[in-house]
Design a protein. Structure first.
Length: 277
C-alpha cells in the first residue's frame, strides 16, 4: 500500500536538499541569464527573422535549451540516488518503514519540483522583460516553449535517475550523465546528419533515428508548435509533415511522455533490485 503522506514528507525534504545543490543554483542562474539576454536581443530587433521565417531569437532559445536543460536534468538525476548510496544515507532511509517505490518517487518529485521551479524563474524573468517592453504578442508561442522545455527537463531527469539507480559512486554517475549528454547533443544535429550520409539511409530512417533522441523530439515539437511547419528542418521535416500531418504533434507529445515514464520505470526496477548497496 502506497503511503501518500510519506511521499509528501520525503518529497519536501528532497526539494529542500535540491535547492541547496550548487549544481541547481549554477544551472538556474546560467539559464536565467542566457534566456534574459536572448529576450533582450529580440526586443532590440537583433533577432527578428531567421531561416525560412523561423525567428533567430526563437532558434537561439531552442538551441540554448537543448544544451543546458538536458545537462541540468541528467546531472541532478544522476546524483539523486548514487550520491546518497555512497554516503550511506540511502541505507539509513531504506531501514525505515518505507518502500523502494515511495523513496524513488519522492526523490523524483522533489528534484523535479526544484528543477521546474528554476526553469520557470528563468523563463519568468525573460518573459517579464518581453512584457515590460511591449512584446507580448507571441505569448502562446512562449508558453508552448516553456511547456515543452519542462517536458524535456522531466525526461532528462528520468534518464538521470535510470543512470543513478544502479551506481554506487556519485562521480561515476556524473561522468556517465555528461557522456550521455554529449552523445545526445552530438546526434541531435551534426552526428545525425553525418550518420545519414555515411550509412546512406533514407528520409524515413533518418526521421526514426531523430525520434529516438529526446532532444530531437523536443526540437521537432517546439518548431512545429511555434511555426506549425517543419520545412526549416529539410527533407526529414517535409516527410514527417506529409506522412503524419495533424497527428504529428500528438505523436511527439506521446513520445515525450514515454521518455518521462519509461526510464523512471526501468530505474525503479533496478533500484528495487540493487537496494542501498
Amino acid at each position: 500500500m502506497i503511503d501518500l503522506q510519506t511521499i509528501a514528507v520525503l518529497s519536501r525534504k528532497e526539494v529542500r536538499d535540491a535547492t541547496k545543490s550548487r549544481w541547481l543554483v549554477m544551472f538556474g542562474i546560467g539559464f536565467a541569464v542566457i534566456a534574459s539576454a536572448l529576450s533582450w536581443m529580440a526586443l532590440s530587433g537583433l533577432g527578428s527573422f531567421g531561416v525560412a521565417g523561423f525567428g533567430r531569437t526563437a532558434a537561439s532559445m531552442v538551441n540554448m535549451v537543448l544544451l543546458i536543460v538536458p545537462l541540468m536534468g541528467l546531472t541532478l538525476g544522476a546524483l539523486a540516488i548514487a550520491s546518497e548510496r555512497e554516503r550511506g544515507a540511502l541505507a539509513y532511509l531504506m531501514s525505515q518503514p518505507v518502500t523502494a517505490f515511495e523513496i524513488l518517487i519522492s526523490k523524483y518529485l522533489g528534484v523535479a519540483s526544484a528543477l521546474v521551479a528554476a526553469l520557470l524563474v528563468g523563463f519568468g524573468i525573460s518573459g517579464l522583460l518581453v512584457v515590460l517592453r511591449g512584446g507580448s504578442s507571441n505569448a502562446g508561442d512562449f508558453l508552448a516553449l516553456v511547456g515543452l522545455t519542462v517536458l524535456l527537463a522531466l525526461s532528462s531527469l528520468s534518464i538521470g535517475f535510470l543512470l543513478s539507480a544502479g551506481l554506487r559512486r556519485g562521480a561515476t554517475a556524473i561522468g556517465l550523465a555528461v557522456f550521455l549528454w554529449l552523445t545526445l547533443a552530438f546526434f541531435s544535429d551534426l552526428g545525425l546528419m553525418g550518420t545519414a550520409v555515411t550509412l546512406d539511409i533514407g528520409v524515413r530512417e533518418l526521421l526514426l533515428m531523430a525520434l529516438a533522441n529526446p532532444l530531437q523530439v523536443y526540437k521537432l515539437a517546439t518548431i512545429l508548435s511555434i511555426k506549425n511547419d517543419l520545412e526549416v528542418l529539410g527533407p526529414a521535416g517535409v516527410y514527417a509533415m506529409r506522412t503524419y500531418g495533424d497527428a504529428l504533434l500528438p505523436i511527439l507529445m506521446a513520445l515525450f511522455v514515454a521518455w518521462v515514464i519509461a526510464p523512471l520505470g526501468i530505474g525503479f526496477l533496478i533500484f528495487k533490485r540493487r537496494g542501498a548497496f
